[in-house]
Design a protein around this ligand. Structure first.
Ligand code: SOE
Length: 378
């Protein structure tokens, strides 16, 4: 089956998914064929250049012309453009993959999840870290009861691209455009991974948010972002989101969670770790060593480091022989494989908009807890 794709956004995530589309026929020959049909954006010249580079046949500057004209719609735009095009696509019966967090506000996330329920087509939230082979392996261990009763989960997502006060402003620093800062951008991943691995939902949180630098130099032509150069002698723009957050959480099943994310963790570039402790064992994952999982299996010999690169490990048989590692970009290949297969087969897909909404409720509760200084029910 061939699926035509319309894709809004062509920068970081646009590149990641276009790369995945190109890899699919080589490494996942049973995947539906992807026709990179139309790329959507506002700046026509940049759009044309991106379409040529990313292999899209057409461009469009208005998503309204696209959402019911393709088989699948990818919404990879900034958070404030998640809701409207996505809801329109779903109303047209077009399956959607939307970047995380689901929306800039809880209201929009609820509208999107309701539209997905009504549409009854796959609506995917792009929590790509679920598709790391070591994370899937960890999920199997927990589901098989190897860790016993789960007591703790602790997750950190640490970056440092804003520690320099002259690093330029970008849409990620605006409440209106992003919703929240490190909380929604990074915390959404950790909260989803914790809820996914434990198969449990957070019911109460206590949170704390901080903004360390209140204004930043306006961005250059690249729009700012993770790899933008420092700038001075330009006008400034206000930072209206958190630079960092921390939270503690109570899960419905009784586990305790602690979470932290920062864009000011000097020296940490993309350090995402999650540790789970149970009555019979523990595990620890570190994105900077993503082919490995540290596992304690209930004896006192300490953690063993499992290299998750054997042919019977999740997704590995599609790639290389044992020990020939996979990387960050492979998460998108696995994600797109599962999502597009669900679209072609009309089958259920997770993580879906309900999973995205569950995370958004936690993010919202963390913010309200910070405002009120009290624990908040999710
Ligand atoms: C920027 O902080 C970012 O690109 C996030 O938006 C992604 O979701 C994360 O995977 C890496 O960092």
């Amino acid at each position: 089956m061939t699926l035509s794709v319309g894709m809004l956004g062509y920068r970081f995530m646009g590149r990641a998914h276009s790369n995945a589309f190109a890899r699919l026929p080589m490494f996942f020959p049973d995947a539906p064929e992807v026709e990179r049909d139309v790329l959507v954006g506002r700046d026509e010249a940049a759009l044309r250049e991106a379409a040529d580079r990313l292999g899209f046949a057409r461009t469009a500057t208005d998503w309204r012309e696209v959402v019911d004209d393709v088989d699948v719609f990818y919404n990879l735009g900034p958070n404030h453009v998640h809701a409207e095009p996505t809801v329109s696509a779903l109303e047209a019966g077009t399956p959607v993959l939307c970047e995380k967090p689901l929306a800039a506000t809880l209201d929009d996330a609820e509208r999107m999840a309701a539209a997905a329920e009504r549409a009854g087509v796959p609506a995917a939230i792009a929590f790509n870290y679920r598709y790391i082979p070591a994370i899937q392996y960890a999920k199997r261990l927990i589901d098989d009861g190897i860790l016993g009763e789960i007591h703790h989960v602790r997750a950190n997502y640490l970056q440092d691209w804003l520690v320099d006060p002259q690093s330029p402003w970008s849409w990620r620093n605006s409440e209106e455009l992003a919703g929240s800062g490190a909380l929604g951008d990074l915390g959404a991943h950790s909260v989803d991974l914790a809820q996914f691995l434990l198969g449990d939902r957070i019911e109460r949180v206590s949170g704390h948010l901080r903004t360390f630098v209140d204004e930043r130099p306006a961005p250059g032509a690249d729009g700012g972002g993770l790899d933008a150069e420092s700038r001075d002698d330009v006008e400034t723009r206000p930072v209206t989101v958190d630079d960092a957050y921390s939270a503690q959480a109570a899960f419905e099943g009784g586990a305790m969670g602690t979470f932290e994310a920062s864009r000011f963790a000097n020296g940490r570039k993309n350090a995402h770790t999650i540790e789970v402790n149970g009555s019979a064992g523990s595990l620890r994952f570190d994105l900077e060593r993503l082919n490995e999982l540290e596992v304690l299996r209930g004896d006192d010999r300490g953690f063993e480091t499992v290299l998750v690169t054997d042919p019977d490990d999740p997704y590995i048989d599609h790639w290389w022989p044992p020990g020939h590692t996979v990387g960050w970009e492979h998460t998108f290949v696995h994600e797109d494989y599962e999502f597009l297969t669900a679209v072609a087969e009309g089958s259920e897909y997770h993580p879906d908009f309900q999973d995205g909404l569950a995370v958004q409720r936690v993010l919202d509760a963390v913010e309200r807890s910070d405002e009120t200084g009290s624990w908040i029910d999710v």
